[in-house]
Design a protein around this ligand. Structure first.
Ligand SMILES: [Zn+2]
Length: 391
C-alpha cells in the first residue's frame, strides 16, 4: 500500500472525515498520534497501543539521531522495529526540539547549531541531515526541518523563521524528489510557520503548496501562546492548504484544542499532553479534569471514570488506590492514568468522527468547551503542557 489521503467529507476550513493510507496500514481521520519521542512509549507496552485506540505513532528524528543513532535503529528494523509497532509512524524532524533547546539565535543559512542533547558538543543540524536521518529511520511520514520561533507574536522573528523555513523546504523537497518521492515508501510533509500573523501564514502556506508536498502541517502554534492565538494560527493556515490533502497540527492534544482545531479543518494531531498529564496524576474524563492527588479521592472506591473501557477502569483500580500509589511513587499509577488518558483521547476522536458523519459535531464541540473551558493566556497553555518542548 502506498501513501494516499482520501477526503471523505468536509472542506478546507470545517470538520472533515478522511482516510490516510500508508505502507503500514490505514488511519481514520481526525486522528491522534501518541508520542514516543525516543522510540519508546513511557510506561506503556507496545501491545497495549492498538487496544487503546492508537492507529499511528510519532517519534522524533533528532532525538533518535542523538541516541541511539540511525545505524543502530536500522539494525533494529528501523523505527517500526524500534517501536515494536507495525502500524504507521510519523517522525518529526526535530525543528521544534532544536529550537526549544534555545537554538533560535544559532540559525544559519544552511542549518542550525545546537548542543548535542546526550553527549554535549555541537551538532550542525541541517535540512539535509534531518532528511537523511528520516530516510534512514524509515517512518511512513517524514517532516521537513523548519524554524519554529519561540515568540509567535514578534513579527521580525516570525518573518525570518518563515523565510528560512521556506528556503529549507525547497532543499528538502528536492531531496525527496531525487529519492523517488512517494515511490521511496515515505511521504514528506511541509510545515506552515507564521506565528499569529495572517499574512505570513498565508504566504508560507502558498509557497509550500507551490512546492507540492505530500501533506501539510501547521507548526509554531504550541509554544505557550494560549488557546485563542493557537486557533488564530490554525484559521489563518487551513484555508490556503489543498482541500484534498491531509493537514496535521503539531504538538496539540488537549480536548478543547483538538475539537476546536478539527472545527477549523485539521485531520491529524500529536501531543505528549495525555501521557504527561497522566504521569502527573491528572485524568481526563467526560466531565473534565480529575486531579487524583486531591484529598477528596483518598477514600474514593470508584474507578477514574465509570463505564470507561481502559485497562485502569476495567480493572476497577480505585481512585483512592491511585492517589496512595502516586504519593508512594509506585510505578503503576502514572502508567494506568497515562493509558486511561490515551484511551480517552482516542475515544474522543472516535466520537468526533461519528459526530461529523452524523451531523452532530456541534454537540460534541459544545460538551468539550463546557467541560474543558480555556483559561487565560499563557498560564492555561503552560498548565496544559502545551509549552516549548511538548511537541
Ligand atoms: Zn479509564
Amino acid at each position: 500500500m502506498s501513501f494516499h489521503f482520501e477526503l471523505l467529507q468536509g472542506g478546507a476550513a470545517e470538520p472533515r472525515l478522511g482516510q490516510l493510507s500508508t505502507p503500514h496500514g490505514k488511519v481514520q481521520t481526525p486522528a491522534f498520534m501518541p508520542v514516543a519521542t525516543r522510540g519508546m512509549m513511557r510506561g506503556i507496552a507496545p501491545d497495549r497501543m492498538r487496544p487503546l485506540g492508537t492507529e499511528m505513532m510519532l517519534s522524533n528524528a533528532f532525538h533518535l539521531f542523538a541516541r541511539p543513532g540511525v545505524d543502530k535503529v536500522r539494525a533494529l528494523g528501523g523505527i517500526h522495529g524500534m517501536l515494536a509497532w507495525d502500524g504507521p509512524v510519523l517522525t518529526d524532524s526535530g525543528g521544534f526540539q532544536v529550537f526549544s533547546l534555545g537554538a533560535l539565535d544559532q540559525v544559519r543559512r544552511d542549518g542550525v547549531r545546537v548542543d548535542h542533547p546526550v553527549y554535549g558538543g555541537a551538532v550542525h543540524w541541517t535540512p539535509e541531515l534531518a532528511f537523511e536521518t528520516q530516510a534512514g529511520l524509515g517512518p511512513d511520514v517524514a517532516m521537513v526541518l523548519d524554524v519554529c520561533p519561540d515568540r509567535p507574536t514578534d513579527r521580525a522573528t516570525v518573518q525570518a523563521a518563515v523565510d528560512r523555513t521556506l528556503q529549507w523546504a525547497q532543499v528538502q523537497r528536492k531531496l525527496h524528489q531525487a529519492r523517488g518521492g512517494l515511490q521511496s515508501g515515505q511521504a514528506l510533509f511541509g510545515i506552515v510557520q507564521g506565528g499569529v500573523f495572517a499574512d505570513l501564514r498565508r504566504r508560507c502556506s502558498e509557497h509550500l503548496v507551490d512546492l507540492a508536498f505530500d501533506g501539510y502541517a501547521v507548526g509554531g502554534v504550541s509554544v505557550g501562546e494560549g488557546h485563542a492565538a493557537m486557533m488564530q494560527g490554525v484559521e489563518t493556515s487551513t484555508p490556503f492548504l489543498p482541500t484534498g490533502q491531509i493537514r496535521y497540527l503539531m504538538g496539540v492534544g488537549t480536548p478543547l484544542d483538538l475539537v476546536e482545531s478539527i472545527a477549523r479543518g485539521i485531520d491529524l494531531f500529536d501531543c505528549v499532553f495525555p501521557t504527561r498529564a497522566g504521569r502527573f496524576a491528572t485524568a481526563l474524563t467526560r466531565t473534565g479534569r480529575l486531579h487524583l492527588l486531591n484529598a477528596c479521592h483518598a477514600e474514593d472506591p470508584r474507578p477514574i471514570e465509570e463505564g470507561c473501557a481502559c485497562p485502569a477502569c476495567t480493572s476497577a483500580v480505585p481512585r483512592g488506590a491511585l492517589r496512595a500509589g502516586f504519593k508512594a511513587k509506585e510505578l503503576n499509577p502514572p502508567i494506568l492514568v497515562s493509558m486511561h488518558n490515551l484511551y480517552f483521547i482516542h475515544q474522543l476522536m472516535a466520537r468526533v468522527r461519528q459526530a461529523i458523519a452524523s451531523g452532530s459535531f456541534a454537540e460534541v464541540r459544545a460538551e468539550i468547551s463546557r467541560h474543558y473551558p480555556p483559561a487565560a493566556g499563557k498560564a492555561e497553555a503552560f498548565k496544559n503542557g502545551a509549552r516549548p518542548g511538548s511537541r
